[in-house]
Design a protein around this ligand. Structure first.
Ligand code: BDR
Ligand code: CA
Length: 314
């Protein structure tokens, strides 16, 4: 067997973040070095607790969870309780996590891990606003050339935005951080709404999770039944988009995605289009490609992968 890929998961859980973390923990292809929480879907005080609840649900209380930035670099924090509920993980009944929160700050953990491991080996899976990653790059710019790849859920181009007409939530919450990350000259994959809006957790797919004979399967069914009620109404679809696990799926099965190497710039000046990912899909500028941008996903293959992996958890 080839060596597992060492990853750090930076996240703001969130029900879809929870499924992404569970997918990573269920996949032997990954070695999860740590989970770094950031403010996003709900404030940091909740996202770090949620990250620990998810590790315990997966039967992995030894995973290291770190708390990071309490707010975006420049703008006030915008949260999304209207989607995720007051806790961020509404749906199942949770008990308070028993595993500890690490004392080290998430940003210090990211920097230290990248500086002490062999360069070009560690992948960052970014599932929320990019504040922690930008702060790590500012604190120790040498990490930029040591990261193997950043794979991030964020943005939208053909699909537009989900938080404003132009901007997707993760990028909208901290556009300045996103700009710093895209400017870092690190290999980058972006999984935008163009993909995730095709990955719908339909009623039939939720039933597949519910019938898995372990704790995480039915918990996922309860989480998604809660979080999708808002999206179903908004988009008029059967099921809501299951955004964040697409990041792990791209690493596990890139053949499920169609993508292109293109330039992406982040709008940080105009209030109207703040946080827009300006993707040069047709290569109409001379700007250098700085990301692999995914345009579509094989949704059936994605859910088959999820069900197969989640079934492996205790
Ligand atoms: C992104 O925003 C959050 O609400 C989700 O967890 C996902 O990361 C989708 O726009
Ligand atoms: Ca998220």
């Amino acid at each position: 067997m080839t060596k597992p890929l060492p990853i750090i998961i930076d996240t703001d859980p969130g029900q879809d973040d929870a499924v992404a973390i569970l997918l990573a923990l269920a996949s032997p292809e990954f070695e999860v070095l740590g989970i770094t929480a950031v403010a996003g879907n709900v404030p940091l005080a909740l996202t770090e607790i949620n990250a620990r609840k998810i590790c315990e649900l997966a039967g992995r209380p030894e995973i290291k969870v770190f708390a990071g930035a309490v707010r975006p670099l420049l703008r006030p924090l915008v949260t999304a309780e209207y989607v995720h509920g007051q806790t961020g993980l509404d749906g199942p009944v949770w008990s308070d996590p028993k595993m500890p929160l690490q004392k080290q700050h998430a940003v210090d953990f990211i920097v230290e891990t990248l500086m002490t491991h062999e360069a070009g080996t560690i992948t960052l899976c970014v599932l929320g606003p990019m504040t922690n990653i930008a702060l790590a790059l500012i604190r120790e710019p040498r990490i930029a050339s040591r990261i193997k790849r950043i794979v991030a859920m964020g943005g939208g181009f053909f699909e537009g935005g989900n938080t404003t007409p132009a901007a997707e939530f993760n990028i909208y919450v901290d556009p300045h951080a996103a700009r710093a990350v895209f400017d870092a000259d690190t290999p980058m994959t972006l999984v935008p709404l163009d993909c995730t809006h095709q990955a719908l957790s339909t009623a039939a797919r939720i039933e597949r999770f519910r019938s898995i004979k372990n704790k995480p399967g039915p918990a996922i069914a309860a989480m998604l039944s809660f979080s999708e009620r808002f999206d179903e109404q908004k988009y008029g679809t059967d099921g809501g988009p299951l955004h964040d696990p697409c990041v792990m799926a791209w690493l596990l099965k890139p053949e499920l995605f169609q993508s292109r190497e293109v330039n992406v710039e982040i709008e940080c000046e105009s209030e109207l289009t703040m946080g827009m990912t300006v993707v040069d899909w047709w290569r109409v500028t001379a700007r250098k490609p700085n990301a692999t941008v995914c345009r579509s996903i094989n949704a059936q293959g994605f859910f088959d992968l999820l069900i197969e992996r989640i079934s492996r958890l205790p």
